[in-house]
Write a protein that binds this ligand. Structure first.
Ligand code: AMP
Ligand code: MN
Ligand code: MN
Ligand code: MN
Length: 281
């Protein structure tokens, strides 16, 4: 099913593998009409993506995916339609990137204890933008023969509880929502079924998110199964949230996730783009 809206994607500015311009071209080829670029903790790719739009038929939503720590877990909150010139947002993201830099060095130290030398330098060299993510470490580890796929080295070294994992110290939920609100954006909980959380804990997250002004839930995600989507659709309807959909595309290397290839929103879910909050700016 071709979706006209793909509201979650990554470029080289974070841990994607396409430049913003390549991503925009790929979205157009895929028949996407509204694309959100939502890099992790940075808006650096947005100007180049906007510049690459040129022809009508494809619209860019300026987005960001903010790393949040909530009850000892990392959750990702999308800001859709943010003003990249908002000083409050940029100061917040700069703080997260500072933590990221510290964490990357720390991941390198921990992997060194496992006998894996120079991974910080290796990951940093693979990063083309201002952030080093675990994905860059994973690519370095695969290149070094420590596993055959990114997924496999995540499982072995980088996932929670593994030797190279550092517990996140990201933004508070309320703080992240303030940044998004200050920047005029609409906040969406990214890939909600991916968190290792009980249904009741997830409902608590949704409750706090709504109290802080959050409006959206990513019901359809490239990383959701059909069952996940149905469960998140029920949550979305019960909690009266707006439904979003996004592939979480990181580039052509991952053949399971394609830009714009998304299931339809299940019945009864009100899409973010049909709400009075859209377009966010
Ligand atoms: P970070 O924000 O640096 O902790 O990295 C998080 C990113 O790593 C996510 O956005 C995904 O792109 C990637 N990631 C997380 N878990 C996995 C996994 N199990 N397999 C593959 N990629 C993953
Ligand atoms: Mn990522
Ligand atoms: Mn994410
Ligand atoms: Mn993402």
């Amino acid at each position: 099913m071709r979706a006209h809206y793909d509201l979650h994607s990554h470029s080289l500015a974070s841990d994607g593998t396409l430049s913003p311009a390549q991503l925009v071209n790929e979205a157009r080829t895929a028949g996407v009409q509204v694309l959100a670029l939502t890099d992790h903790d940075t808006t650096d790719g947005l100007a180049a993506a906007q510049a690459a739009i040129r022809l009508p038929g494809l619209q860019l939503v300026a987005g960001v995916e903010i790393s949040v720590s909530w009850q000892s877990q990392t959750v990702h909150i999308l800001g859709l339609g943010v003003d990249p010139d908002c000083a409050v947002l940029q100061a917040g993201l700069a703080g997260l990137r500072e933590y990221r830099d510290w964490r990357a060095v720390e991941i390198g130290r921990r992997l060194a204890r496992e006998g894996i030398a120079d991974s910080y330098r290796g990951a940093r060299a693979l990063a083309r933008g201002r952030i080093v993510s675990r994905t860059h470490f994973a690519r370095f580890l695969v290149a070094g023969g420590y596993g055959t796929t990114v997924q496999q080295v995540f499982k072995r070294y980088l996932a929670p509880g593994k030797s190279g994992h550092v517990a996140g110290r990201w933004a508070d939920l309320e703080t992240a929502l303030n940044w998004i609100g200050s920047a005029g954006g609409l906040a969406v909980i990214a890939h909600p079924a991916r968190y290792r959380m009980s249904a009741s804990k997830l409902r608590r997250l949704v409750g706090e998110f709504r109290e802080c002004g959050g409006l959206g839930l990513e019901v359809v995600s490239g990383s959701h199964t059909r069952e996940n989507t149905d469960a998140m659709a029920a949550l979305c309807r019960n909690e009266k949230l707006l439904a979003s959909c996004g592939s979480d595309y990181h580039g052509p290397e991952n053949p399971w996730i394609r830009l714009g290839e998304l299931a339809q929103l299940p019945p009864g879910c009100r899409p973010v783009w049909e709400s009075e909050h859209w377009p966010p700016r």
